[in-house]
Ligand binder design. Structure first.
Ligand SMILES: *[C@@H]1O[C@H](CO)[C@@H](O)[C@H](O)[C@H]1NC(C)=O
Ligand SMILES: *[C@@H]1O[C@H](CO)[C@@H](O)[C@H](O)[C@H]1NC(C)=O
Ligand SMILES: *[C@@H]1O[C@H](CO)[C@@H](O)[C@H](O)[C@H]1NC(C)=O
Ligand SMILES: *[C@@H]1O[C@H](CO)[C@@H](O)[C@H](O)[C@H]1NC(C)=O
Ligand SMILES: *[C@@H]1O[C@H](CO)[C@@H](O)[C@H](O)[C@H]1NC(C)=O
Ligand SMILES: *[C@@H]1O[C@H](CO)[C@@H](O)[C@H](O)[C@H]1NC(C)=O
Ligand SMILES: *[C@@H]1O[C@H](CO)[C@@H](O)[C@H](O)[C@H]1NC(C)=O
Ligand SMILES: *[C@@H]1O[C@H](CO)[C@@H](O)[C@H](O)[C@H]1NC(C)=O
Ligand SMILES: *[C@@H]1O[C@H](CO)[C@@H](O)[C@H](O)[C@H]1NC(C)=O
Length: 737
């Protein structure tokens, strides 16, 4: 479970040291997911089938409780306790598409909407209140003002969802929790109620009501609002104090699709950089079955940037979202006794009224009686400081203090460090005044310490300024390329995900740092988890104007109208931001869309080496992989083009695309290509597309020819009718990536 703060990072580091070395001789029994494709026509048959498969594999060892859960509402799968050897045998069984271990994953506003050009007073569709957004996360805090239902009519007619434990209202029209193995931690609230905060934050970012004068102790003050405040929310809680289990996430998808949500928002991701095949990846499986029912899944791209190849969401039927900055920049100033001022970062909610305090270096104050020497005290470990030296002072630490309750009476912390990215102030939340500085500033402060016998410092409350460089992609946001299908671009799009304010449970401290007791109805946090609900809301906004559009058409509208981002600020270019930053208003009128049907995806999967046997059970369409063997991955009708090629080897590649006219009936689009000519030649044929009706389709080819001599070459194709500019990113990159 996750709101990405340094504390989580630190504790996961700590845990990695605790991995047991001992080898177990008993074969380990773990929870596996056995995936079998389409949901069965009759649900009770599924359970019988699942039981009989488990019996076959377990033989004499069969016990009914081994079968933890049957997924049968929206797809066919089950969760079962097996040894690795049994899992391997299970994979051989008839009808089984894939078997993979259930693991623990992590869940990864106000100003942000204005910043992307989506003001409060935008035109809204009268159908917005028919849009139901499913949020798979840590649950929800139903009493938050963001979720009251004043002025809402009753839920849309075909809605099948319901609420467990909490009472539904006309805003939160569904709320369920999932824990297929039935194990709960002592801090878990066994209900869809959110005790972590992450799910409340993401749900309110998508569809929270307008709430005036929201702030985090005065920071981020403004009207908090979701992107589609009239939309309905259905909550599927899959995350608990121990994290989010694969088996529980799949159960949420199974239920949400069946209940009838319109869009799914999944701010969760794998715990590490892993490259899973589509049918070994529960996010891809869930999103595939959602797509079959016309539901677009928006998913966070993960937080392992800025290195390349750190994305973990690859399925072309999902919308994978990167996190960008907004122009609101938080900074925290400190002033030394000699008058020098330094601008640091942090989310310091404490106002010390500009008072100066004595400053001491942690390394000069070891708790010797406690067995700490200077080289440990400098890290500001719990109890490592001598209370008689630091009490009432501000301490200069070389590492993040691990425990605010054992800082020996220090009143604040100044931390020079190069270890953490500084583009998200909410990375640094601490229950004492804190300012994080550069290592260079640290050197200056040390020489000041050396120069006086009476060093002092003041830490100011965090200040809101403007970041004129925004938007750029945050350093933590995972980067492409796509390690599963290299010739498909990921991420798809970028959305605000840095220092986002949104609703928070009133019982949950604003940070998980030990000793933090601050409560607030709003909190400021960061992550691709915060970017995902912005993209979800943009998709819901488009859907409210075009209720019949397919998931691929909505995704295309969002991508082709995205605001371009700067390759100068983001050297990884499209691998950082995909098509660019979401622009919901433009996305309502994209002019043309690149649509993709279920059978197109099946053909794509054939091209990926899946065969009739496995695909036959995930689709009702006729599957004949042989016939389309000569088609290439890059013929999937996406609004983006990616091509992986070796450096200095010349190539010639052809992409086939079809666009559908969703703009003016009579329109003539001309192709415009922007390309670094010295490297590539890109030809579009035909270069003019004339439409005479809405819904009309026209096909064209894009040939890309040349050699590349660098890692990433960016180009773009724009179809322009003078009114709409339908823009697609083109990326050619080297296989050195
Ligand atoms: C709202 O719609 C009207 C009519 O369609 C249009 O003239 C106006 O520019 C739109 N306003 C905004 C803010 O999009
Ligand atoms: C929610 O309902 C379930 C099932 O009825 C029950 O086991 C659980 O204790 C309830 N949770 C709370 C917090 O009341
Ligand atoms: C503290 O300092 C800031 C900026 O230096 C100033 O704007 C503010 O008025 C000061 N506050 C007090 C209480 O003196
Ligand atoms: C020093 O460390 C010991 C052992 O951790 C602890 O009990 C004691 O409170 C610490 N003393 C001070 C002055 O912080
Ligand atoms: C400080 O203490 C640690 C652990 O007790 C020890 O490994 C280290 O060598 C000590 N450093 C110095 C400079 O004494
Ligand atoms: C401050 O003094 C300490 C020891 O007296 C020395 O190790 C350190 O390098 C000095 N730092 C600076 C920045 O002058
Ligand atoms: C289909 O693929 C599976 C797994 O890769 C393989 O075991 C099977 O033999 C293939 N079937 C055909 C008809 O090629
Ligand atoms: C596949 O092969 C057939 C027959 O050779 C040809 O007509 C068709 O154009 C090819 N398709 C592609 C995408 O190259
Ligand atoms: C690219 O280089 C790799 C390794 O040198 C080679 O295996 C591969 O065939 C090359 N691909 C192309 C398209 O030339």
């Amino acid at each position: 479970m996750f709101s990405l703060t340094s504390w989580h990072l630190l504790s996961s580091l700590v845990f990695s040291f605790l991995i047991l070395q001992a080898r177990c001789h008993d074969p380990k029994i773990e929870t596996y997911i056995v995936y079998m494709g389409n949901h069965p026509k009759e649900m009770h048959v599924a359970e019988l089938l699942h039981t009989s498969l488990v019996k076959k594999v377990l033989g004499r060892n069969f016990a009914p409780e081994a079968l933890l859960h049957s997924y049968k509402k929206s797809f066919n799968a089950f969760a079962v306790r097996l040894t690795q050897e049994q899992a391997e045998r299970m994979a051989e069984m008839d009808g089984v598409i894939s078997v993979f271990q259930s693991k623990t994953h992590k869940p990864q506003t106000t100003r942000s909407w204005d910043f992307i050009g989506f003001p409060q007073e935008v035109n809204r569709s009268s159908l917005e209140s028919d849009v139901i957004v499913g949020v798979i996360d840590t649950g929800i805090w139903p009493e938050s003002d963001s979720f009251n239902d004043h002025g809402f009519s009753s839920p849309p007619k075909n809605w099948k969802g319901s609420c467990q434990n909490i009472t539904c209202n006309n805003k939160i029209i569904g709320a369920k929790y999932f824990r297929v193995d039935g194990s709960f931690g002592k801090d878990d609230i066994i209900s869809p109620r959110d005790s972590e905060g992450h799910g409340t934050h993401t749900a309110s970012t998508v569809a929270g009501n307008w709430v005036n004068s929201a702030s985090l102790f005065g920071l981020g003050k403004g009207t908090a609002r979701g992107g589609v405040p009239s939309a309905r929310i259905a909550v599927y809680k899959s995350c608990w104090s121990s994290g989010c289990e694969t088996a529980d996430i799949l159960a949420a998808f199974d239920e949400a699709i069946f209940d009838g949500v319109d869009i799914l928002s999944v701010s969760l991701g794998f715990k590490s950089v892993v490259y899973h095949d589509f049918f070994q990846d529960m996010f891809a499986i869930g999103a595939f079955h959602a797509m079959k029912k016309g539901i677009l899944t928006s998913i966070s791209g993960n937080n392992f940037g800025p290195e390349l190849s750190t994305m973990t969401s690859f399925a072309p039927w999902s919308l994978s979202v990167a996190a960008s900055t907004i122009d609101r920049k938080y900074s925290t100033k400190i002033q030394l006794g000699n008058g020098r001022v330094f601008e640091g970062v942090s989310m310091n909610t404490f106002d010390l009224h500009n008072k100066t305090y004595p400053l001491i270096y942690s390394g000069d104050a070891p708790n010797i009686t406690g067995g700490f020497n200077s080289s440990r005290a400098r890290l500001c470990l719990g109890n490592s400081l001598d209370e008689s030296k630091v009490k009432g002072k501000i301490v200069l630490c070389d590492e993040f203090p691990s425990d605010a309750t054992r800082l020996s009476g220090a009143v604040g912390v100044v931390l020079p460090t190069a270890t953490y990215p500084k583009d998200a102030a909410s990375f640094f939340v601490f229950p004492l005044p804190l300012a994080v500085l550069t290592l260079n500033d640290g050197i200056t402060i040390h020489s000041y310490l050396n120069s006086t016998s009476n060093p002092t410092v003041a830490i100011y409350k965090t200040n809101e300024g403007k970041d004129s460089l925004a938007p750029y992609v945050a350093s933590f946001s995972s980067r492409g390329p796509n390690m599963i299908t290299p010739n498909i671009l990921k991420p798809d799009i970028a959305a605000p995900g840095v220092d986002i304010i949104a609703a928070w449970p009133s019982i949950t401290p604003i940070s998980p740092v030990k000793g933090d007791k601050r409560l607030s109805k709003f909190n400021i946090i960061f992550g691709t988890s915060m970017a995902c609900p912005h993209a979800t809301a943009a998709a819901a906004y488009v859907k409210s104007f075009h209720p019949t559009w397919s998931p691929a058409a909505i995704k295309s509208a969002l991508m082709t109208t995205a605001t371009p981002m700067s390759p100068a600020l983001n050297p990884e270019a499209e691998f950082a931001y995909g098509a660019g930053q979401i622009n919901p208003i433009k996305a309502v009128s994209p002019g043309l869309v690149y649509d993709i049907s279920e059978s197109d995806y099946v053909r794509f999967l054939c091209g990926q080496g899946y065969n009739r046997t496995s695909l036959g059970s995930i689709t009702d369409e006729e599957v004949n992989c042989k016939k389309i063997e000569n088609e290439t991955v890059w013929d999937l009708n996406l609004p983006s083009f990616a091509l992986k090629r070796n450096i200095s080897v010349s190539f010639f590649s052809v992409f086939h695309r079809t666009v559908t006219n969703v703009g003016a009936a009579k329109s003539v689009y001309k192709a415009k290509v922007i390309v670094p000519r010295s490297l590539l030649t890109i030809q579009v044929t035909p270069s003019v597309l004339s439409f005479s009706s809405v819904g009309e389709k026209k096909s064209f080819t894009v040939t890309i020819e040349g050699t590349i001599n660098m890692e990433i070459v960016s180009a773009s194709l724009i179809w322009d009718d003078g009114n709409s500019q339908v823009k697609s990113p083109i990326v050619v990159y080297s296989s050195a990536q």
